[in-house]
Design a binder for this molecule. Structure first.
Ligand SMILES: *Cc1c(COP(=O)(O)O)cnc(C)c1O
Length: 398
């Protein structure tokens, strides 16, 4: 008797059931609209408060026009990795502009922010080195470190400078060839900002390199949104700036901004760069237009912050535990079930804001995560606050 291929995959059904039993099963929400502040899911209109599209640039007319023009000029794909025949002038131009944006000598673009972390960390660290990484760093940083099986790594307690200093002071850490401290700029679940000024001071004291992943901070913090290092005035003390083109920039991709040598090392060694096809030229063109808009249209960042402040003030007045220094606002309610219920009821009232539960956050810190966007209007914010008030009372949170 033969077992069909389908039957041999039956164990996946059990795995799925396990996820469901643990309330960890996720379903995709499918929009039949553009991603924006007003979206439709299954024909139903909702206000979106869960996007990383902080500046609303993904539908900006200048970005759309740039993509269309690039398609007409260059076609839709590159047909090669960068190192063979997949580099166009537009890719290099984007890299020069990103280096300017981050105040560095050079930069290199990767297919995603996820890949950018892998490229940066894995191209420079060896078994002679040591990595010091914040416990709440993004999964892509964690995975990049895991790929380096033989590089010792120390995980410091979240934003805990005393712990980082203790680790840096260890004899074995000081004896290593290089010490690389890695932190997110803005942490995605709490919306808090890394104490980058203090990290840089420790790095100077203990002769370490600093790498910042500014995925949520670029376009949000610093002059023209240039990020956390600029926000703290320590751009020249950060050795490796990682960023994404997928969030505030509105398109797709990641980059590493650093020295010319760092760029060349990654061109020669970074496996995601060497073994994965380059960006469609339209994406590069879109990102170039986004950088231009970020320099010349400060109103988007201003509106993002005005919306952030209005929402937080409103939530505070309602009596919610919802504070952070950035447009990521965690509405912490405690139990996972309560967070899920809050999110579900908000959805029914036309507000899309995802619940974030264990294991993404601690078991007793389940929350609905709200993210503001420049394109939210005062009426949108008002509608969200009204929904939060109604549901908060209904569920006994307020
Ligand atoms: C989103 C995110 C990434 C991944 O970026 P993509 O471009 O979406 O792959 C990397 N690091 C951090 C801190 C992020 O928040």
């Amino acid at each position: 008797m033969t077992t069909s291929t389908t039957n041999r995959l039956a164990f996946l059904e059990d795995d799925l059931q396990q996820l469901k039993d643990q309330h960890l099963y996720q379903e995709l929400m499918v929009m039949d609209s553009a991603q924006g502040v007003e979206i439709t899911i299954d024909g139903r209109s909702l206000l979106n408060f869960s996007s990383n599209n902080y500046l609303g640039l993904n539908t900006h007319p200048k970005l759309k026009e740039a993509a269309k023009q690039a398609i007409d000029k260059y076609g839709v794909g590159t047909g090669s990795v960068r190192t063979i025949i997949g580099t166009q002038d537009i890719h290099q131009e984007l890299e020069s502009k990103l280096a300017e944006f981050k105040h560095t000598e050079a930069s290199l673009v990767l297919q995603s922010g996820f890949m950018a972390n892998t490229a940066a960390v894995c191209s420079i660290m060896t078994d002679q080195d040591v990595i010091l990484t914040d416990e709440l760093n993004h999964a892509s940083i964690i995975d990049a470190c895991r790929l380096l099986k033989n590089t010792p790594r120390h995980i410091f307690r979240h934003a805990d400078m005393a712990h980082l200093e203790t680790l840096l002071g260890q004899e074995a850490v000081q004896a290593a060839r290089q010490r690389l401290i890695i932190t997110d700029g803005i942490f995605s679940m709490d919306g808090d900002i890394a104490p980058l000024d203090k990290i840089c001071a420790l790095a100077n004291q203990y002769n370490a390199l600093v790498m910042v992943d500014d995925a949520h901070a670029s376009g949000v913090l610093g002059a023209h949104g240039s990020g956390t290092a600029n926000h703290f005035g320590v751009s020249d003390q950060v050795h490796i700036h990682v960023g994404t083109l997928s969030k505030a920039v509105g398109a797709l991709g990641g980059y590493v901004a650093s020295t010319r040598a760092m760029r060349e090392i990654m061109i020669n060694k970074a496996r995601p760069f060497l073994f994965s096809t380059s960006h469609p030229p339209s994406v590069a063109a879109t990102c170039l237009a986004a950088l231009q808009v970020m320099q010349t249209e400060p109103q988007w960042m201003e509106r993002l912050w005005a919306n952030t402040n209005a929402f937080k003030a409103g939530m505070k007045a309602l009596g919610y535990d919802a504070d952070s220094p950035t447009p990521i606002v965690p509405v912490i309610v405690g139990e996972s079930a309560l967070a899920q219920q809050l999110s579900k009821r908000l959805f029914e009232l036309g507000i899309y804001a995802r619940a974030i539960v264990f294991p993404t956050v601690a078991r007793d810190k389940a929350r609905v995560r709200v993210q503001l966007c420049a394109l939210h209007t005062p009426e949108h914010i008002e509608q969200a606050l009204t929904a939060f008030e109604t549901v908060g009372r209904e569920l006994g949170i307020l």
